[in-house]
Design a protein around this ligand. Sequence first.
Ligand SMILES: [Zn+2]
Length: 546
Amino acid sequence: MRAIRLLVVAGLILAALIGAAVLRPSSGSAQPPGASGYLVLSKEGRQPLAVALLNGHEMVSLDDVGRLFGATVKEDQVARGLVVTVQGKTIALSGTQGLASIGGRVVSLSTPPARSGSSWFVPVDFIDRALALVYEPKLDVRTRSRLIVVGDVRVPRVALRVEPQAGQTRLIIDIAPPTAHSVVQEPGRLIVRVDADALDAELPTIVPNDVLRAAHLTPNAPAIGIELGPRFSTYRTADNVLDANQSRLTIDLVSSETRITSTPPPVTPSPFPAPTPPPARPPMFAENAPANMLRTIVLDPGHGGEKEGAHGPGGSLEKHITLAIAKQLKTALEAKLGVRVLLTREDDRLMKLDERAAFANNNKADIFISLHTNASVRSSITGTSVYYLSLSDYTDEARRVAIAENGQALPTIAGADRQVELILWEMAQVQHIEQSAALAGVIERRLGERVKMNSRAIQQAPFRVLVGANMPAVLVEMGFISNPGEEKQLNSPAFQQAIVQSLVASMVSFREYLEGRRATAPHVPVPVGAPRPSVPQPQLPEPRER
Ligand SMILES: [Zn+2]
């Protein structure tokens, strides 16, 4: 059962000065104060930012943005847009499309600006997608808890979950980044205090039992109140540093009806409250440092919703296979590489091609991989292949596949009547073509170790989904669903795992390639549009697994 999560915002550091005596359960903690708006947290304190619903979008007034962030706004009648100036830098907003241009970089917004009364409104994502790119100090928008964190304000994410066990109830509280905290007992409750300015907290609805009645954020302090039930007798805590980015506090609430012989907490108790935060452990795979070369990977399961993709003769749909493999790949990449992996879609939904690239851009992905299955009118054609973007010349076969995937031919790049923003959007991938080619080369080799490749295993094609991706990006056609044997294979766990393992190995190799390249290799641009350019072949180390 999926617990309904309540999103709650905690209070200020000032409240830490107020004694525990005034801490009391918040009433109606489901609705934080100003739930419809955002709270801007900075060193100077906190300020509300009102949110208006315009045409179904959550928008903020540029007047408020100007007041809070010192921005000025001018209408550009010629370009039919808006120019926002902040700290001497400009953000150009299209008046008709959800696009913003910042120093030549184009980002997408969920909706264009809208005028209401005498004020201009922009979508809330303007703040993290556009303003945050130029603003100092850094802006961190926490959509879930409706916080905008300005600069070096400590607002750790805190997620609590409850595990009922025999004779006791276990509370698991994950804190990211690891932050010093303490647990103190008061009559009828425990208070988990966190050494922070505020909490970005996610608390579940509690099903009350004998030892636990409720959990809530305390109204004026960065702390969680745990209301105890009538049979509560004692508690035990344990701390564990999961990795450099996250620590876990486990609290077992023991029932008076249980002899205290139940399962001990999962880790050795540590002496919290500690005077200093837990030691930061090196991140996983620290031997691959600098680990920050590859932080976020966006996987794009092709098609979805009414766009079913290719159909197999046995009735399989491409959209289901791509999603199934993407989910397995996400799990494997997170476990093996310790990177953040996001899917453009997590379920069977329709998503536009440009939105997929925009999703990767907005999440600052370091790599974009679109997953597909190929199809041909000739059912005998088989094999896996890897594509990266071509901008002009391409083979008839590549054109056919691209038209099948795009739904239509890709319009010529940089047509004379296009708006500047659109040209920039369509050029996003150009600057990454060399690395995309290298990425495709790595993936082709690793795939070739485990699955049968197509006779043309690496190709360029004008895939719309790759055009706007502002990072190395490839599209993998994992096999021909139009071939009965490969259709069966594409549905088989063994083949799906082979694809997953190959792509995991590829990411390990590509990370090493990136690190070596930054250390040594000069930038060698690849001529754009060469019919069959030679793919830069990075020096690959031996695979690390097995
Ligand atoms: Zn496809």
